[in-house]
Design a binder for this molecule. Structure first.
Ligand code: ADP
Length: 190
């Protein structure tokens, strides 16, 4: 099964993706994690994207599409991927559908985490104080939320038209949200 965890920055996609990996043995494909690894390693992609990410803007589509494409064979071998933070634009979603179709695969479902803006701000502020991730500062977070609303939210009608969206309450504890995701996935054919 291939699933997308969908939601604004701070909605808990990364946390829930890791839990799904533990429960189901699927592979987590997080473009945010891949880009942070590229920055840490000092690779060319890291150098090209570091400032964009720190500001809270989206990196160019072709970069993240290539990062994902490289990892699809591994995900396929594991029985499926959990896409976390990708796709973030309609162009990325179209590219993902095409890449999967070439491999005889598809997105089975999109799990949308619903969290209100006030809670997002609270979580990100807390994470900035604890972990100091550069793009969690208040100014960059505002930019990230703006990018989500302008460029990523338009994916909702895209996947809605395919009948793939399952909405889950993302306001509870991580355990509560995991349980809600598990229940919503019970209705997806394997
Ligand atoms: P969050 O979901 O908390 O915003 P991520 O770790 O998914 O954090 O992403 C961090 C940053 O990495 C984004 O703000 C953006 O700059 C960049 N990024 C990650 N994934 C993508 C993507 N699919 N397209 C464009 N930029 C991306």
């Amino acid at each position: 099964m291939n699933l997308i965890l969908f939601g604004p920055p701070g909605s808990g996609k990364g946390t829930q993706a890791k839990r799904l990996v533990d429960e189901r043995g699927m592979v987590q494909l997080s473009t945010g994690d891949m880009l942070r690894a590229a920055i840490a390693s000092g690779s060319e992609i890291g150098l090209r994207t570091k400032d964009i990410i720190a500001r809270g803007d989206l990196v160019p589509d072709e970069i993240v599409i290539a990062l994902i494409e490289e990892r699809l064979p591994e995900a396929e071998a594991a029985g499926g991927a959990i896409f976390d933070g990708f796709p973030r634009t309609v162009a990325q979603a179209e590219a993902l559908d095409a890449m999967l179709a070439r491999r005889g695969a598809k997105i089975d479902t999109v799990v949308r985490l619903l969290v209100d803006d006030e809670a997002l701000l609270r979580r990100i502020t807390g994470r900035f104080e604890e972990q100091g991730r550069p793009d969690d500062n208040p100014e960059s977070f505002k930019t990230r939320l703006g990018a989500y609303n302008a460029q990523t939210a338009p994916l909702l009608p895209y996947y809605e038209a395919q009948g793939k969206i399952r909405s889950v309450d993302g306001m509870g504890s991580p355990d509560e949200v995991s349980k809600a995701i598990r229940e919503s996935l019970e209705t997806v054919a394997a």
